[in-house]
Design a protein around this ligand. Structure first.
Ligand code: 3PG
Length: 208
């Protein structure tokens, strides 16, 4: 499945930091119960790759991506763990090449128009706008719809339930990412009911 299809599955993609891999299945089930089928597990913990592997093997209905891809090695490890796609806060030629060689879709990050044009030239039409709130917010992405009509964004960083719908109303936003649905504290505290409830709330947001 290509990035465009993956990002079109749900209006919200949870960005998740997993500290204990053995919580991954409960986490996945909690999100599925709330209607979420696309998630990004960030490679910021030693448990992340193992969590991705558990999810890819046991809950194939979830499209699990590996986030915080910072090196070509991360891209290869993500592919080996069963991740369906990679997400990077930025991009480098070696990350792009590694994902291409591994045949794993990449959602690269950008926060300036020149970076976006560079990605467009490299063949990308879906871009993670990161850090979304700090790098210009809704006004910035809205201003790009006319000059960059072929690019669609997944804004991430500083987005919460209360602001997600406004982002989703933009014509060039395909979905939003955020950690508010499944924060690490709730996962560590086995608070999966709240995660399901937030997932249900998020899936009711509308992508016009
Ligand atoms: C990230 O990569 O950390 C995401 O941008 C999550 O940001 P958030 O915690 O502000 O939702």
């Amino acid at each position: 499945m290509n990035i465009s299809k993956i990002l079109s599955i749900s209006p919200v993609m949870p960005v998740i930091l997993v500290e204990q891999a053995d919580r991954a299945i409960q986490l996945g089930e909690a999100l599925l119960a709330g209607g979420i089928k696309t998630i990004e597990i960030t490679l910021r913990t030693s448990a992340a790759l193992s969590a991705i592997e558990h999810l890819a093997k046991n809950l194939p209905e979830i499209h699990v991506g590996a986030g915080t891809i910072l090196t070509k090695e991360h891209a290869r490890e993500a592919q080996n763990s069963g991740a369906k796609f990679c997400v990077s806060p930025g991009f480098t030629p070696s990350i792009i090449n590694a994902c291409y060689e591994c045949n794993i879709p990449l959602l690269p990050g950008a926060s300036t128009v020149s970076e976006m044009l560079t990605l467009s030239e490299a063949g990308f039409s879906e871009i993670k706008f990161f850090p979304a709130s700090a790098a210009g917010g809704i006004k910035f992405i809205k201003s790009l719809a006319s000059p960059l009509p072929n690019l669609k964004f997944c804004p991430t960083g500083g987005i919460f339930y209360e602001t997600a719908q406004e982002w989703l109303s933009l014509v060039n936003v395909i979905c939003v990412g955020g950690s508010w649905i499944a924060p690490a504290k709730d996962i560590n505290d086995n608070n999966f009911t709240d995660i399901t409830n937030r997932a249900k709330q998020a899936t009711k947001l509308v992508k016009y």
